[in-house]
Design a protein around this ligand. Structure first.
Ligand SMILES: [Zn+2]
Length: 301
């Protein structure tokens, strides 16, 4: 009898050591989106976008868009950065086709972290694929956690002024999901410390108050860049190309350029929410620009 075809099998959890901390990438979900252009490069031509895709051996029409929250165990506290889609596609008709169901809590549990073990949930920004796993059926998914929000981001969604048309429903979601959590939350600005060893970094642009986080332990460090770069080819090799989900396109471009320079100079490990799983790699300076080099075994030695 020939062996049966068993379907795709891909890793969903990756844990590594960072000084005296441990960190892990959790695959929440993966969406396959149509139309690389004009999602990327609306300020360039479709031909240019397709040529870059071909040069990098990726499809010219469809792209994979994973969500990868990061977990950091400092030895004192268990800190989760972002929560994925959660139950949003089940609970909101408008999102049922756009977002696949989130698996962050289930996959954490499968690898030894129960929802009640999470001490701190940090929200890099307020977009649905980051806040969706906070609450399910009106109840907090991580019942013992305190929350850390960026103050600028929280104020923006709370006030609801100058919310662009494409984000009006996002604003409704934010009000419903995040505002009730304020009493268990702290609000930070770039430069502030989340817990010892973890510092917020200004990467405003993709959203009004997007924050990255530098994680340091015993001389080792990595940067959680959240949605600064949302695709490993387009956003890194052509940082000046617009991404339709960036709320302030020009600021997002300026932030990408600043972070590409910094990350390549520091040769620092990067954890990036929408890069191919496990979303870990390095920004490498090459002739004429930058390139994403996936993590191989650097953190395993
Ligand atoms: Zn995102």
């Amino acid at each position: 009898m020939p062996a049966a075809l068993q379907g795709e099998l891909q890793p969903t959890f990756y844990r590594f050591k960072l000084g005296s901390f441990e960190a892990a990438s959790v695959l929440d979900a993966k969406a396959i989106r149509d139309g690389l252009h004009p999602h990327y490069g609306a300020n360039a031509s479709a031909d240019e976008v397709h040529a870059l895709a071909r040069a990098n051996n990726i499809d010219t029409q469809r792209f994979e868009h994973p969500n990868i929250p990061t977990l950091v165990n400092t030895g004192k506290e268990l800190v989760l950065f972002d929560t994925g889609n959660g139950a949003l596609p089940r609970e909101y008709e408008q999102l049922s086709k756009r977002l696949p169901p989130g698996n962050t809590a289930a996959r954490l549990a499968a690898h030894g972290y129960k929802p009640e073990d999470i001490d701190v949930v940090v929200l890099t920004h307020g977009h649905p694929d980051h806040i969706g796993g906070l609450v399910e059926g009106g109840k907090p998914v991580f019942p013992k956690a305190r929350y850390v929000f960026g103050a600028a981001e929280f104020d923006f969604w709370k006030k609801g002024e100058n919310v662009r048309e494409a984000r009006k429903f996002n604003r409704e979601l934010y009000v419903k999901i995040c505002l009730p959590l304020a009493e268990r939350a702290t609000f930070i600005k770039p430069g502030d410390t989340v817990v010892p060893g973890i510092t917020a970094v200004d990467v405003f642009g993709h959203s009004p108050g997007l924050m990255a986080f530098r994680v340091e332990s015993d001389g080792k460090s990595f940067m959680i860049t959240a949605d600064t770069f949302t695709q490993y080819v387009m956003a890194v090799q052509r940082p000046e190309w617009h991404f339709e989900m960036d709320d302030d396109k020009d600021k997002a471009v300026a932030t990408r350029l600043r972070m590409l320079d910094m990350l390549s100079n520091e040769r620092m490990l990067v954890a990036s929410f929408h890069m191919p799983f496990p979303g870990l790699g390095y920004i490498e300076k090459v002739a004429g620009g930058y390139r994403w080099t996936p993590h191989s075994y650097q953190m395993n030695l």
